[in-house]
Design a protein around this ligand. Structure first.
Ligand SMILES: *Cc1c(COP(=O)(O)O)cnc(C)c1O
Length: 498
């Protein structure tokens, strides 16, 4: 299998090259030139396997320039009981007879980004070795919160790598700041940037595109790289857990082999739901993919009308990881649904850049409608859903998961489709303790409480264990206190690299 670019079909690289480069030179995303299929017999066989064995199977289909032993090594380092607190890695919780919640937040940072970022560093360092390029990899990340911490945890103490994370001084939650500033590891550095997320992001982009600077680093044996969600090395591991969820449901006799399910995903950059689409194309019996958004409902409109239009008000919501108006991974879907028409896709992306909008062809739109449904839930709806699910089932969900639950309920009502549904749960409720508690309890109870009192309250009230990685933040030493101006970011990088 080779990887093409979504904007240029003459590009053809191995998966190792796709992972190391991240983005194709003309700006396109790497995409496999075919989609492997998995038979129902193979799915049935996987029902009796561990998560790690399922991961080796599925990843092996896409990373076929990796040796089986290399994939095995990466998988075994990433998905351990020690890091995920459970051998199931991504357990399925049965909410009621029609709904299963796929808990993707048992990793070290309590959000689903761990599913990909725990394995990416190992895939990346293995790929670098395979290419015979023994450069040191320096990861630069600008983060609005979740990604930075998940990348720090993934790359900490991974040989041959260093990682530097910039977060906006004004713009991350108290817990998120603590998670980053207390980060352990000998190869990590964290700095706040005066400004908002865009400032941090622009600063990092400037460093990446500074040709002279990159050449100086290359001469010293250093190669800059990003860990963002368009890297194929982040997408491929996400396909695994959809197979795994179906297999777990088979093993629990919740499903019979071949029985269709729907999948509902709280969506931002379109990575997670694209992984579910891949699973469907590979043969996993998925009927409908339900794309759930918050008030930033650019994808809802796209799926319902065929027009993508980012020219709209931006809302800051209680599900911040979905506050996105440009869903980068959608480009891969357009490529697949256009049957690999790179020039058509490039045209849409040029329009998006120039005017902020594009309308897809009849052919693509029909294919979108065949596979996807969409809806959105605003903050009020999201809070009401957290409260109702807690009261009805004694199960506490975070705001991102709540958006998906609400959108799925609305879909079921609108269509009468009561197919069993896997709902992706992307964060632990503890990570968004304040908003979750405010949705369920009376506001007075929460007044004047700090983050750690809120963690304990959530734990005591609903009889849930505080995730150790969050609870222990209280006693952790703050290691990073640098705050810099945007113009000083390169100097910060230089100082860290010596
Ligand atoms: C990143 C994130 C999402 C969005 O996932 P995409 O792959 O970008 O669509 C949803 N929920 C949480 C908690 C996240 O961290």
């Amino acid at each position: 299998m080779k990887y093409n670019s979504t904007r240029d079909n003459s590009v053809s690289v191995t998966s190792a090259e796709a992972i190391v480069k991240g983005l194709s030179v003309e700006g396109g995303l790497y995409i496999p030139d075919s989609i492997p299929s998995v038979s129902l017999e193979a799915i049935e066989e996987m029902a009796n396997m561990s998560y790690t064995d399922r991961a080796k199977r599925i990843l092996g289909l896409f990373l076929n320039d990796f040796k089986a032993g290399e994939i095995e090594d990466c998988v075994n380092k990433a998905y351990t009981r020690e890091k995920f607190g459970t051998n199931s890695i991504a357990p399925v919780y049965k909410l009621d007879k029609d709904r299963c919640i796929l808990e993707l937040w048992h990793g070290p940072t309590c959000a689903f980004k761990d599913m990909a970022l725990q394995i990416l560093p190992h895939l990346l360092t293995t790929a670098v070795k395979k290419l015979g390029d023994e450069k040191e990899i320096v990861i630069l990340v600008a983060t609005s919160g979740d990604t930075g911490k998940a990348a720090l945890e993934g790359f900490r103490d991974v040989e041959g790598t260093k990682i530097i994370v910039f977060y906006p001084e004004s713009g991350v939650s108290g817990i998120q700041r603590l998670q980053m500033c207390t980060q352990e590891g000998g190869n990590v550095f964290v700095s706040a940037v005066n400004g908002n997320f865009d400032d941090a992001q622009t600063g990092v982009k400037e460093i990446f595109t500074d040709k002279e600077y990159n050449e100086t680093l290359e001469a010293k044996g250093i190669s800059l790289s990003s860990a963002n969600s368009i890297n194929w090395g982040r997408l491929a591991p996400q396909i695994v857990y959809y197979f795994s969820a179906y297999c777990d449901m088979l093993a629990a006799e919740e499903l019979s082999v071949g029985e269709p399910v729907n999948v509902c995903v709280p969506t931002g950059n379109f990575g997670n739901i694209l992984a579910a689409f891949y699973a469907k194309r590979m043969g996993l019996p998925i009927k409908t993919l339900i794309c759930a958004s918050n008030s930033n409902n650019v994808l809802t409109d796209f799926i319902n009308t065929g027009t993508y239009d980012r020219n709209r008000e931006f809302f800051t919501t209680i599900s911040p990881s979905m506050d996105i108006l440009i869903s980068s991974n959608l480009e891969r879907l357009l490529y697949i649904l256009s049957d690999g028409n790179a020039s058509e896709v490039k045209g849409y992306m040029d329009e998006l850049k120039a005017s902020g909008r594009y309308t897809v062809s009849e052919k693509i739109f029909a294919a979108v409608r065949e596979n996807f449904q969409a809806g959105y839930a605003d903050d009020d709806k999201c809070r009401a859903t957290i409260k109702r699910i807690q009261e009805e089932f004694g199960y506490v969900i975070d705001p991102h998961t709540s958006v998906a639950v609400a959108v799925h309920e609305e879909y079921r009502e609108r269509t009468g489709d009561d197919t069993k549904t896997i709902i992706a749960s992307t964060a632990s409720p503890f990570k968004f303790n304040g908003d979750v508690l405010a949705a369920i309890l009376d506001g007075e109870e929460l007044e004047d409480k700090d983050e750690f009192e809120l963690l304990r309250l959530l734990s005591q009230r609903f009889n849930l264990a505080v995730p150790p990685s969050l609870g222990e933040l209280e006693d952790r030493e703050v290691r990073f206190e640098t705050v810099c101006d945007k113009s000083m970011m390169k100097a910060v990088v230089n100082e860290f690299l010596g």
